[in-house]
Design a protein around this ligand. Structure first.
Ligand code: SF4
Ligand code: SF4
Length: 252
């Protein structure tokens, strides 16, 4: 392909902390987090207009003029339409699952029975009972048509939260349908597409986003808010920030 001199994004690796804020703010889906840093997927996907610039908290993004492949709108559309592409809707939920293994089979455990509710963990030294009411829990494995999403109060939690917060089953999870993922290592654009499809398909009542205090986790609420906006549904979103020692640092 003949290169032309044009404007295109440049990412300063030293400044980039991998937070992922830029990813859902690139409508072309040309940015991804790879090995903890933002990367340009391909030169022909960046239109050089810089819509992502104002969303980078560290100033790692800038527009430069250099020799590059020409911007290719058709390539953008093809990439967005592909499974896992930034705006690629999960047209057929089952087909959108990344694997066909039994761990992805949807299961609804039903509402907590009186016994389970009575045994809900209230003390760290008490016998444990899981507050989980459904399966699967990974964002990538839950189809937008899953019955447990209907009228749900969602808890969208970063992978590290249940490991850090000592009373996850006692305080954050009860009464909520949990979806779990990592905005640092997973594809943020695919998350936006998945949540947009969920919010369009299921009448979700509310979303609580639980994330870690570290900057790499800051992309998770941005992803959810972007999907709420794209779905055009007035779903309330609140945020809980957990410290690395497990304490609740902030709860909106
Ligand atoms: S928004 Fe975050 S991930 Fe994107 S370039 Fe800036 S620091 Fe890196
Ligand atoms: S803190 Fe958040 S973004 Fe960072 S690795 Fe854990 S879940 Fe992923």
């Amino acid at each position: 392909m003949t290169k032309i001199k044009r404007q295109i994004i440049e990412i300063d690796e030293e400044l980039c902390n991998g937070c992922g804020e830029c990813v859902p703010n690139c409508a072309e889906g040309s940015l991804r987090i790879v090995d903890g840093k933002a990367r340009l997927v391909a030169e022909n996907l960046c239109d050089g207009l810089g819509a992502c610039l104002g969303h980078c908290p560290t100033g790692a993004l800038r527009i430069v003029e250099r020799e590059a492949d020409p911007f290719d709108e058709a390539a953008v559309e093809a990439m967005l339409a592909a499974p896992g592409g930034a705006a690629g809707p999960a047209s057929e939920p089952a087909a959108s699952l990344p694997c066909g293994c039994p761990s992805a089979q949807v299961q609804d455990f039903g509402a907590a029975g009186a016994c389970q509710a009575a045994n809900r963990p209230v003390r760290l030294d008490a016998p444990r009972a899981s507050a989980l009411t459904h399966w699967p829990v990974q964002i990538r494995l839950v189809p937008p048509t899953a019955p447990f999403l209907k009228d749900a109060d969602l808890l969208v939690t970063a992978d590290c939260v249940p490991a850090a917060h000592p009373d996850f089953h006692g305080t954050l999870l009860p009464g909520k349908v949990v979806l779990l993922g990592c905005p640092k290592f997973d594809d943020a654009a695919a998350y936006v597409a998945r949540f947009t499809e969920i919010f369009r398909t299921a009448p979700v009542r509310s979303v609580t986003v639980a994330r870690m205090e570290v900057p790499c986790c800051g992309g998770l609420p941005a992803i959810v808010r972007k999907a709420v906006e794209a779905a055009g549904r007035p779903i309330p979103v609140r945020e809980v920030v957990i410290g690395t020692r497990g304490e609740v640092l902030r709860a909106e």
